[in-house]
Ligand binder design. Structure first.
Ligand code: ADP
Ligand code: F6P
Length: 321
């Protein structure tokens, strides 16, 4: 067995299902006879030596909870080689030889550094943005999309009553997946994402035509990386006479109970990461591609960009007339 003591941490923007992933890492590690430790507040806890041993009960009653019991942090100090060395030293002094990092692309950069310092490291993609390549889906994305779809269902009711358009701003600084999947699932007329340029004249004209042909509402989903909801609404109202209302969903998208899909994904990936460490593997990102659990070189993952699903985008466009 190549690792005997492992640690787990959650880092960066939290996501629903991180707790389920922590539970899986702890319980799978203990099941396989490892000693398992938890680091509080991501890389900040690594630097401050905020590390405690976990037992089976430490992760009881959390599979259904949003947020992360290990808390998260954005830690500037860990960006420096000195910070990274301190973090690795704090693990080593306890005899911890492996770590599972649950987080997004920034957290993966940190995991990559730990791996290069000789700590056996596995990354698990925990972010609502779905912006990690070499996995079909990240932990939290399914729940976030469900929250947005539920909000749009509600907005649709009141927009129809008043014959208005609704501009819904969703999360996604660099990745339009939340907007795309929620937009398609809720029948939005327009989906604006950072990956695809758009023409507000064309959008305003199409909306006016649709209303003249009997549409009673219009839903525009905009990923935050494609523009501010307020600006989009103002620009569209300037071009047609349809009243628009703006809803910024914000951090509501990051909270609440994870869906069963996120819990199952997190359970699978947590267990897989531990088994990979036991096999002696390191420096990998755990993911799921077409139903298969895969481990991809984390260096490759942090240097690649997630491919935007243009087919789904075109489908949403075709069906939204
Ligand atoms: P996310 O993981 O959700 O993308 P961030 O981008 O904020 O979130 O990254 C989380 C943390 O990961 C940062 O606060 C920092 O501690 C660490 N991190 C990010 N980039 C690097 C890097 N290039 N080298 C080392 N650590 C990094
Ligand atoms: O987790 C990623 C993300 O949800 C982005 O879509 C968003 O821009 C960002 O986090 C905001 O996070 P915070 O408010 O924690 O900086």
């Amino acid at each position: 067995m190549s690792v005997k003591k492992i640690a787990v941490l959650t880092s960066g923007g939290d996501s629903q299902g991180m707790n389920a992933a922590v539970r899986a890492v702890v319980r799978s590690g203990l099941y396989h006879g490892l000693e398992v430790f938890a680091v509080q507040r991501g890389y900040a806890g690594l630097i401050n030596d905020d590390i405690r041993e976990m037992d089976l009960r430490s992760v009881g009653d959390i599979i259904q909870r949003g947020g992360t019991i290990l808390q998260s942090a954005r830690c500037k100090e860990f960006m420096s080689p000195e910070g990274q060395q301190l973090g690795a030293d704090n693990l080593r002094k306890r005899g911890i030889d492996g770590i599972v990092v649950i987080g997004g692309d920034g957290s993966y950069q940190g995991a990559n550094k730990l791996s290069k310092l000789g700590i056996k490291t596995m990354g698990i993609p925990g972010t609502i943005d779905n912006d990690i390549p070499f996995t079909d889906i990240t932990i939290g994305f399914d729940t976030a999309v469900s929250i947005v779809v539920d909000a749009i269902n509600k907005l649709r009711d009141t927009m129809s009553s008043h014959e208005r358009s609704s501009v819904v701003e969703v999360m996604g600084r660099h990745c339009g997946d939340i907007a795309l999947y929620a937009g398609l699932a809720s029948g939005a007329e327009t989906i604006l994402v950072p990956e695809v340029p758009y023409d507000l004249n064309e959008i305003a004209a199409r909306m006016a035509t649709n209303f003249s042909q009997g549409k009673r509402h219009s839903i525009i989903v905009v990923a935050e990386g494609a523009g501010k909801g307020e600006d989009i609404a103002a620009e569209i109202m300037r071009r047609n006479s349809i009243e628009a209302r703006v809803t910024v969903l914000g951090h509501i998208q990051r909270g609440g109970a994870p869906t069963h899909n996120d819990r199952i994904l997190a359970s699978n990936l947590g267990d897989f990461a531990v088994r990979k460490l036991i096999e002696g593997d390191s420096g990998k990102s755990c993911g799921i591609i077409k139903g298969e659990l895969v481990a991809t070189d984390i260096n490759t993952v942090v240097n690649s960009k997630k491919q935007f699903n243009m087919e789904l985008y075109e489908l949403a466009k075709r069906l939204s007339q």
